[in-house]
Design a protein around this ligand. Structure first.
Ligand code: AMP
Ligand code: MG
Length: 322
């Protein structure tokens, strides 16, 4: 009989549950998203309270189905949000007598993108609200070739959105504004394979105070940040001699980002794969799918090992599947 995996995502702004079968068919996919008031970032207590008040109907809809394994986001993320998801997962596992699998959230962004795009062995560009990394699978682990030295790119988009008085999530609104913007000079911060965004946001704030057009700030911010990531990705491609690039995470929804990566890939004879927008941001399906892959290779998480790992890095996880 085919296994069915229920996956719980609960690392930050999104609480979601997905259910998948062994072939990757999506049988259930529900989520709720905390949107802070304009001008505010994610306050952990408020996010938690929002999720705690909303999980009921999502869990209820999920547990009316046949399930054979329970997966959950074990880290990295906001501790109180992680604990909420982990507690529900432990309860379901005990109540229904099902195996439990703790999933690395970053790995799940990669695995769902691989499954949905059918790419094989890519250099991964993982850009979200909580992480920005360039990775590739080498000798059974995702090695991090380059990453942000300060804030993640999605977070930088959201900070800029707050400066410009836009609502959350900021990415799509800045992308829209940028369409009618013109170039203004911003710092370009690449250090080796790593990059940094907070100084760029500060510079944008200064420009905003000098009444530079919001459209121009949005355009220049996008052009600069995406050029930096594309440059480092190109070097990772050259180093690993791979011929696929996979872009995943919430920021993968940005069309201009895809365009830049596409041009770079074309120049190098590589192919760009981009996660479908519906699964670019956090979702339960990615946890269910990764949990399924882990379970099928014999990995389960004992209750005594199921504590959350708020700083869990993806290069600590052995990847025993293809
Ligand atoms: P995640 O953390 O993977 O759920 O992704 C959420 C992040 O993606 C947020 O910081 C959003 O601002 C960002 N995001 C979503 N859509 C876009 C977009 N079109 N352009 C840039 N950033 C985006
Ligand atoms: Mg994420």
């Amino acid at each position: 009989m085919s296994e069915i995996c229920l996956g719980i995502e609960s690392t930050a702004h999104t609480f979601g549950i997905g259910i998948v079968d062994e072939e990757g068919n999506i049988l259930y996919d529900e989520k709720s998203f905390y949107e802070p008031p304009v001008g505010e970032g994610l306050t952990p207590r408020k996010v938690f309270e929002y999720h705690a008040g909303n999980v009921g109907k999502i869990v209820k809809g999920a547990i009316s189905r046949e399930i054979s394994v329970v997966a959950f986001s074990q880290g990295p993320g906001l501790p109180n949000c992680l604990s909420l998801g982990a507690t529900i997962a432990r309860y379901l596992s005990l109540k229904l007598n099902l195996p439990l699998v703790g999933v690395n959230h970053c790995l799940a962004h990669i695995e769902i993108a691989k499954m949905l795009t059918k790419c094989k062995d890519p250099v991964v560009v993982y850009c979200s609200g909580g992480n920005t990394q360039i990775l590739a699978l080498v000798d059974g682990r995702y090695r991090i070739f380059g990453e942000t030295l300060d804030i993640p790119i999605g977070n930088a988009f959201d900070m800029l959105a707050r400066i410009l008085g836009l609502s959350m999530p900021g990415g799509p609104k800045i992308e829209e504004l940028a369409k009618s913007g013109k170039w203004v000079e911003l710092p370009y911060v690449v250090k080796g394979m790593d990059f940094s965004f907070s100084g760029i946001v500060t510079e944008c704030e200064k420009l905003c105070k000098k009444s530079v057009r919001k459209e121009d700030i949005a355009y220049s911010f996008q052009e600069t940040c995406f050029s930096m990531i594309t440059e480092a990705t190109e070097r990772a491609l050259a180093h690993t001699e791979k011929n696929e690039v996979l872009v995943t995470g919430g920021v993968a929804a940005n069309r201009r980002f895809n365009e830049m990566l596409e041009i770079m890939c074309k120049d190098r004879g590589a192919k760009l794969y981009s996660v479908p927008i519906k699964y670019a941001g956090d979702n339960g399906v990615m946890i269910a799918w990764t949990g399924m892959k882990m379970f099928k290779t014999g990995i389960t998480t004992r209750l005594s090992e199921s504590q959350i790992k708020k700083d869990w890095r993806v290069d600590e996880v052995d990847v025993k599947w293809t």
